[in-house]
Design a protein around this ligand. Structure first.
Ligand SMILES: Cc1cc2nc3c(=O)[nH]c(=O)nc-3n(C[C@H](O)[C@H](O)[C@H](O)COP(=O)(O)O)c2cc1C
Length: 333
């Protein structure tokens, strides 16, 4: 698959979904090491970034974190805004950092899918889907500012009503290099089921690569979403939070029809590596706690462990809780 000038040879291309609160640079690095080709940062406000332009933004903790990239995988930074001017300014800022070698991200992604009230209230995220001309204006501003850096976008099927094909075509015409489609409308939030057939309508309507997204829960679902939609790549979010081996299992499954189940030891190793990476990326301790709580999902005894994890105060206590939980932590069938 080509995403602009970036060639990715794996088939299918597997991508870690952007997830606010989880997909920091440490998590992205470790998931890329475990089989994801592409990894995306959580959404960041382009308008906030645009305001910092030229005003010592390097000193700003959030901006520094946004630009951090680990040693594995191809990283996309996701931006959101309702303002084409702010998107243009933020992309210009990122482009300069990338061209100067200060930021190792290689893709900039635009968020047209977030249904959170604080984003939608400002006319950004999924609210933009209600008006394809606004989507096109934002995308064009990003593409114009990006130089050689590929701009990608992530959409839902529509805001209240489906307009997946029109939105996808508007994005392609604006020069977007690849598109991810989460098969729900914004009004659905996370209810119902991701409609993989409607993702297929986008695949048929555009000639850029399309990533299918939504409800890929098992390694076998990677094949199913591709069969049902014809998508070229698959993006996975929630399933990876509780199973950091997901992409490696998916690759095993696609190659052989079987895969190694994730073990508690895999999760402990993942957590330990995450804690070791935290200082490099200046991550707050609650990020480790939040991750450990996600990792405990799907194991017997996880409710008790989660109670303990709420109380831990440092990395050693956290690791001790996870290790002590091991005897109860039998993988569910
Ligand atoms: C905790 C959480 C945070 C999310 N944050 C973002 C985000 O920052 N940007 C975005 O485009 N989507 C975000 N999403 C949506 C996911 O990227 C993805 O589209 C959605 O979870 C469906 O895929 P899944 O069924 O594989 O999880 C988030 C989802 C979750 C669960």
């Amino acid at each position: 698959m080509n995403i602009g000038s970036i060639r990715i040879s794996s088939t299918p291309v597997l991508a870690l979904a952007p997830m606010a609160g989880y997909t920091d640079a440490a998590f992205r690095t470790l998931i890329a090491q475990r089989g994801a080709d592409l990894v995306f940062s959580e959404l960041s406000s382009a308008s906030a970034l645009a305001r910092k332009h030229g005003a010592g933004f390097e000193q700003d903790k959030n901006t520094r974190r946004l630009m951090q990239v680990g040693d594995f995988g191809i990283t996309g930074i996701q931006l959101f805004s309702s303002s084409p001017a702010d998107i243009g300014a933020a992309v210009t800022l990122l482009r300069r950092e990338i061209e100067a070698g200060k930021c190792k991200a290689r893709i900039i992604d635009l968020n047209f899918g977030c249904p959170a009230p604080k984003v939608v209230r400002n006319g950004a995220g999924s609210a933009l889907l209600a008006d394809e001309s606004k989507v096109a204006a934002i995308a064009a501003a990003a593409v114009n500012a990006a130089g050689q850096i590929p701009i990608t976008a992530k959409i839902r099927l529509g805001y209240r009503n489906k307009n997946n094909i029109q939105t996808a075509k508007a994005l392609e015409d604006a020069g977007i290099c690849a598109l991810t489609v989460h098969g729900r409308t914004a009004a659905q939030k996370f209810s119902g089921k991701s409609d993989w057939k409607s993702i297929g309508e986008v695949v048929d309507a555009v000639s850029i690569p399309v990533f299918g997204n939504g409800d890929v829960r098992e390694p076998a679902d990677v094949q199913k979403i591709m069969d049902e939609s014809g998508c070229h790549g698959v993006m996975v979010g929630r399933a990876v939070l509780s199973n950091p081996m997901f992409f490696s299992q998916a690759r095993q499954y696609l190659d052989s029809g079987r895969f190694e189940p994730v073990s508690w030891a895999d999760k402990i190793r993942f957590m330990r590596e995450y804690i070791l990476l935290m200082p490099r990326f200046d991550l707050p301790f609650h990020a480790a706690k939040d991750l450990a709580i996600q990792l405990s999902v799907g194991f017997r005894g996880s409710a008790r462990l989660r109670g303990e994890l709420m109380k831990v105060k440092n990395g050693e206590e956290l690791m001790a809780s996870m290790q002590n939980a091991a005897p109860h932590a039998k993988s569910e069938p």
